[in-house]
Design a protein around this ligand. Sequence first.
Ligand code: NAD
Length: 280
Amino acid sequence: MIPLNLKDKVAVITGGGGVLCSTMAKSLASQGVKTAILDLNLEAAEKVASEITQEFGTKSIGLSANVLDKASLENAKEEINKTLGPVDYLVNGAGGNAASATTKAEFLTEDLFDKLEDTFFGLQMEGFDKVFALNFQGTLLPSMVFAKDMLEKKAGSIINVSSMNSYTPLTKIPAYSAAKAAINNFTQWLAVHFAKTGIRVNAIAPGFLLTNQNRFLLIDEKTGEATPRGEKIIRNTPMERYGEPEELCGTLMYLLSDWSNFITGVVVPVDGGFSAYSGV
Ligand code: NAD
């Protein structure tokens, strides 16, 4: 049996100050992985790192880095190399949607012909570009910076964070959907490109988890009840519930570890059956 072999590896987790990636970082720390928590929000990154050190006694540092700025990633890498050593694993977790890249209406119906700002025609390019860049370029650039260490070791593993809308786009969020679809494609491309280097590249596609980025779409702020969209999601998730961040961690560890040594270029849905269900 091949051992899991995670102990004392060095993992970089971008967006590590956020809901899902802080949970993923903690799960890695619980297995003895040294973690570098990178986030635009330094305070959040440092908080996660200090919780990790207290809870698991594993080395962890919180650093400010912008996944869209190569120089800031290179600065972070220098600090990580000094404090933790060369990087073995990268989790490209920074990402998300924004209200400015979201249409108000799901469908363009005739009653909206004089309210086109609520439809596709009202999308602001600034918001669209921001969401696309954060998710796609924000995966590409850290891979470019942190895979260098893996190349030297001739071993390493990259995990991208995709989404359900990468397979079939969800209504209202075209930039986010397009960017996550691009991540799936890029996961395959980079896996093939790196196939002879010892570096593997895979992705996790989480189903629906209730977090900061989607709460405004799924829960009515005033009543606290599920929105019609929230109800639809639960109806279309055969397990009839939202996922919990902890439920991503088994797949993460499996894809990072030596247990999946012959697996590269896959996107694993962790979704309560959502992507398998036609709704009928
Ligand atoms: P979150 O908003 O809690 O965390 C995202 C983190 O990324 C934040 O801490 C934020 O400060 C950081 N960040 C934003 N821009 C950054 C930048 N330019 N550079 C560095 N850090 C930056 O979101 P989350 O729900 O934990 O999502 C994490 C990942 O999971 C995202 O890629 C998201 O698209 C994906 N995802 C989430 C869900 C869900 O249901 N929540 C479903 C599928 C996929």
